[in-house]
Design a protein around this ligand. Structure first.
Ligand code: ATR
Length: 281
């Protein structure tokens, strides 16, 4: 069988997903294509999706800005994607299109690989900075892992409150303004930057000041263009440990590939290669 896979989003010309999935196909000894299906926001999304669905696709990834919009064009969604309310992976099997979300598990896997110790203490105190779609997936993943102290700082409090509703009675989540998070930064074991602030070309932007950061903390940023964001740069200057965003990209792809082909391909050895590829851009 030859797999027909692809990526829907805009803009996606710079995406490294085709490279990642080509590597997975080679490693798995499978034949296949992973093509770019860029949908310009000026075009009719519905029409473009129907065209893609009428081709021979076995599945595709979905990225910004279509992770929510795709939902109306699917037959079903798995429980994770339903709760998160966003789809990054679509599987076409037996004539049905099913939506999945592998972003959250990709993030958790990457964090566990680099900082397994944090998973040993479920009382670790965690701060999510930002409350968009990415934050929602990460909050969901942290809850699944059993963490109960997860605060959310965001410019708009109501978005953070909506994410906190995913928690149950054992979850302790305080919602706060970005300025309050700056003052309380020293109390967190793990701080996760979940917005696209600091992404190219705005490489000198940071969402909060890290002045109060404790050197024992771990600082994570989901932005991977540049690899070392200004946020991560400042964190390492303060002596903190850092966690890079490109590892999330790699492991969400690993789970997507497994959904399409039932093959779990080791990806640890690709982290450095991916980093070099991104640095060369
Ligand atoms: P995604 O789904 O990719 O996470 P999103 O849903 O648009 O993107 O969320 C973007 C996040 O970045 C939000 O937390 C947003 O804050 P608001 O909820 O207040 O809009 C945050 N964000 C974007 N620009 C920002 C800025 N200039 N200052 C602070 N936060 C910002």
């Amino acid at each position: 069988m030859k797999y027909e896979l692809g990526l829907i989003g805009y803009p996606i010309k710079q995406s490294l997903s085709p490279w990642i999935h080509q590597q997975f196909l080679i490693k798995a000894g499978l034949e296949g294509n992973y093509s770019m299906q860029e949908i310009n926001p000026d075009e009719s999304f519905g029409e473009e999706i129907e065209k893609i669905k009428s081709s021979q696709f076995d599945g595709f990834n979905v990225t910004v800005p279509y992770k929510k919009r795709i939902i109306n064009h699917l037959d079903q969604m798995d429980e994770d994607a339903q709760t998160i309310g966003a789809v990054n992976t679509v599987v076409h099997r037996d004539g049905e299109w099913t939506g999945h979300n592998t972003d959250w598990i990709g993030y958790i896997t990457s964090l566990k690989r680099h900082y397994p110790s944090i998973f040993q203490n479920k009382m670790s105190s965690i701060l999510l900075v930002g409350a968009g779609g990415a934050a929602r997936g990460i909050y969901y993943g942290l809850l699944k892992e059993g963490f109960i102290r997860i605060d959310i700082a965001n410019r708009t409090q109501s978005s953070a409150e909506a994410i906190a509703e995913l928690g149950d009675t054992t979850t302790q989540t305080s919602i706060m303004a970005l300025e309050s998070a700056e003052k309380r930064l020293g109390t967190y074991d793990l701080i996760i930057q979940t917005t696209n602030i600091g992404m190219k070309p705005n490489v000198s932007d940071t969402i909060i000041s890290l002045d109060q950061l404790h050197e024992n903390s771990i600082v994570s940023d989901i932005v991977y263009q540049p690899i070392k964001t200004e946020f991560l740069h400042q964190a390492s200057q303060q002596g903190a440990s850092i966690h890079y965003g490109h590892t999330m990209l790699l492991y969400q792809a690993q789970y997507a590939f497994e959904l399409w082909t039932s093959k779990k391909i080791p990806a640890d050895d690709m982290e450095e290669l991916l980093k070099h590829k991104l640095e060369g851009r």
